[in-house]
Design a protein around this ligand. Structure first.
Ligand SMILES: Cc1cc2nc3c(=O)[nH]c(=O)nc-3n(C[C@H](O)[C@H](O)[C@H](O)COP(=O)(O)O)c2cc1C
Length: 170
């Protein structure tokens, strides 16, 4: 198979991006699978994760570490996806898991709404002790509430088109 989209998603945000990426991939030699049901092999992988405390979760870690001789792109959603510097750091951490005998194709991250309990917890922390940092976290959380939105989906599609255009991976 040419392409496999492999992803992990707890509340559906990353799944939305995964499905958009899958649809944007050309041809019929492609499949999309949750990481826990992963089977089969492909030349090119699009591996999706949700940000769990600054990096991907364990299953995606294991999956990436097991890839060899492939072309690999990563994508993900995170609560603080509107902060480009933060996203760069998260991408770098996940990228570092990919063994060097693969060809790394790039990353795409966007915002994904967090479960309401997170915002509640931040608001409680703010009531106990306000600070610029906690205000920033609450703002990010509120901004993420509407994501992934149609712009995120369009950007995900563009990410695929750029990879295919630049690398000739088709
Ligand atoms: C246990 C847990 C830890 C999280 N840690 C972070 C984090 O460190 N940074 C961040 O930006 N978002 C964090 N998030 C938010 C998720 O990454 C975000 O909501 C993501 O879009 C969820 O994707 P999903 O719907 O595909 O599961 C966390 C969410 C949970 C549930």
């Amino acid at each position: 198979m040419k392409y496999l989209v492999i992803y992990s998603s707890r509340t559906g945000n990353t799944e939305k991006i995964a499905m958009e990426i899958f649809e944007a991939l050309p041809g019929n030699s492609k499949d999309i699978q949750r990481v826990e049901e992963q089977s089969g092999e492909a030349d090119t992988y699009f591996v999706g994760f949700w940000n769990d405390k600054g990096i991907c979760g364990g299953e995606i870690m294991e999956f990436l570490e097991g890839l060899h001789g492939k072309q690999v792109a990563i994508f993900g959603t995170c609560g603080m996806g509107e902060d480009p510097e933060y996203c760069r750091q998260v991408s770098k951490r996940v990228e570092a898991l990919i063994p060097e005998d693969n060809r790394y194709l790039g990353s795409f991250l966007c915002s994904g709404k967090m479960v309401p309990q997170v915002l509640e917890r931040y608001r409680m922390m703010q009531r106990q002790k306000d600070s610029p940092r906690i205000r920033q976290m609450i703002q990010s959380c509120e901004e993420a509430m509407l994501h992934p939105d149609s712009r995120d989906l369009a950007n995900a599609r563009m990410f695929v088109e750029e990879i295919i255009g630049e690398t000739g991976v088709f």
